[in-house]
Design a protein around this ligand. Structure first.
Ligand code: BES
Ligand code: MN
Ligand code: ZN
Length: 487
């Protein structure tokens, strides 16, 4: 979407004008007919409400859209504003209208809030139509341009960083949406290179020979069954003080998860194209940080493999040696995410000595049983880190709910033949998965594991997304960096 700011004097011959309306404060400068019509339709400016009416201005028909943003002192004010911007775009994206004039005059928004409305609009305009060759004209997106009038001072600057957020979310959604015959480890890397060119991100890639030489037996065990070779993608952003150790973000990038020899049932297996949602979020967040030139040192890692059954695939009962030296009995080849992450976790600690580590992974179906699609699960060895992540989650809508950890859960991972097995009992599956990862965190480095299996993909439209990839994690990580490393 093109967003253009108009100065106060410019008054375009707009056909479609949108206003944001505070609760019980329908603008006084609206045509009486329109105000009356809104009232009849029970539009009062509540968050989530929209209204549309037609009026005559200067002899022309003008379409006026109102979107409610609720009470100005509401706790979720920002979310309500983003949602209103998004609702307007959802309403007119394929309406035939090509431009929308956003008249923010009199809405009483701060610059940050005004940018929030635009962010909501931009996020909601994202679509992936690359594979639709038969879209009829009336189904194609028509809205291309938003003119903004009456924006408070400082909005353009706020919009600059909001735009970086939107671009990061868009990359994540693209990677998550693409099918597994398009995005596999090598093409995930290629797509990131393409999208990140010129941003100042430093890109490193480890191939399977290098990973084998290092001794990443756990990650490579998962990759064995696939014809697609694995990759470890490393994205470095050094916008902070020279020599300061980075924060590390680590993403599970299983580009397709069949379960391997512990094969998944067919129903719904297509969903496993988005088993790289953690890696997608890391890539998107790193792009955002670079685009807004974050004053922080951050390294993002994507462990990229495909989990397939094959004559050469690893078997249940196989024992692999991880990069840490710890041995793992692979009881279930479908518990592959942790096998990928553990080697990446060890490597990043040795290579970068990060001050904090946050991993994101579509790790367990059990987290969906616990939290449905509203919260991602959080597991951490550090209360401060957990608290700042939870706060970033509340602020951005990428919500997190912390789970317990402890030795009683860890016990479930004891193996009769190796240092550990890769699954626990039938119960508490998300927690035992986290306990497994914790065994690879050295020296009590502050670490948090986010199980995002329930929040990467949506079966119905949400506040700022259509059904499909949500882009979960990008806003969370961006906000976390802003609040803990840059202020
Ligand atoms: N990628 C899946 C988890 C998943 C399930 C993500 C549904 C999104 C939606 C993961 O690799 C997996 O298969 N986990 C197993 C673990 C089990 C074998 C201990 C699961 O959740 O069933
Ligand atoms: Mn699996
Ligand atoms: Zn998986």
């Amino acid at each position: 979407m093109q967003i253009q700011f108009l100065d106060a004097s410019a008054s375009p011959a707009a056909r479609l004008v949108a206003r944001l309306v505070n609760q019980d404060a329908v603008p006084a400068d609206l045509e009486p007919m329109l105000a009356e019509a809104a009232k009849i339709a029970r539009f009062s400016g509540k968050s989530g409400q929209t209204f549309e009416g037609f009026v005559e201005r200067n002899g022309k028909v003008v379409r006026v859209a109102l979107a409610g943003i609720g009470a100005s002192d509401a706790q979720d004010r920002m979310a309500a504003i983003e949602k209103a911007g998004a609702a307007l775009v959802a309403k007119y994206l394929t309406s035939g209208e090509t431009t929308l004039t956003f008249d923010l005059t009199g809405a009483g928004l701060s610059a940050e809030e005004a940018a929030g409305a635009l962010l909501g609009a931009e996020l909601r305009s994202w679509r992936h139509d690359a594979y639709r060759t038969k879209l009829t004209d009336d189904k194609k997106p028509s809205l291309r341009e938003i003119f903004v009038m009456g924006a408070p001072e400082g909005t353009t600057k706020q919009w600059g960083s909001a735009q970086a957020v939107a671009a990061g979310v868009a990359l994540t959604r693209e990677l998550v949406t693409e099918p597994a015959n398009a995005i596999y480890p090598e093409t995930f890397v290629a797509r990131c290179r393409e999208r990140m060119e010129g941003t100042g991100l430093n890109i490193r890639v480890l191939d399977e020979t290098e990973m084998a030489a290092l001794g990443m037996g756990s990650l490579l065990g998962v990759a064995r069954g696939s014809a697609r070779p694995p990759r470890l993608l490393v994205l470095e952003w050094n916008g902070g003080a020279k020599g300061t150790k980075p924060v590390a973000f680590v993403g599970k990038g299983v580009t397709f998860d069949t379960g391997g020899i512990s094969l998944k049932p067919p129903a719904g297996m297509e969903d496993m194209k988005w088993d790289m949602g953690g890696a997608g979020a890391v890539a998107g967040a790193m792009l955002t940080l670079a685009l807004r030139k974050a004053k922080a040192n951050v390294v993002g890692l994507c462990g990229l493999v495909e989990n397939m059954p094959d004559g050469d695939a690893q078997r249940p009962g196989d024992v692999v040696t991880s990069l840490s030296g710890q041995t793992i009995e692979v009881i279930n080849t479908d518990a592959e995410g942790r096998l990928v992450l553990c080697d990446v976790l060890t490597w990043v600690q040795r290579e970068y000595a990060p001050v904090k580590i946050v991993d994101l992974a579509t790790l367990t179906g059990a987290i969906i049983a616990s939290l449905a699609h509203e919260y991602a699960g959080m597991f951490s060895n550090n209360d401060d880190l957990a608290a700042s992540l939870a706060a970033a989650g509340e602020a951005t809508g990428d919500r997190l709910w912390r789970f317990p950890m402890g030795p009683v859960y860890d016990k479930q991972l004891e193996s009769a033949i190796a240092d550990m097995k890769n699954v626990g009992s039938r119960f508490g599956g998300s927690i035992t998965a986290a306990q497994f990862l914790k065994r690879f965190i050295e020296n009590d480095t502050p670490w948090a594991h986010l199980d995002i299996a329930g929040t990467v993909w949506a079966d119905k439209p949400g506040a700022t997304w259509d059904k499909g990839a949500t882009g979960f994690g990008v806003r969370l990580l961006d906000r976390f960096v802003r609040d803990t490393l840059e202020s």
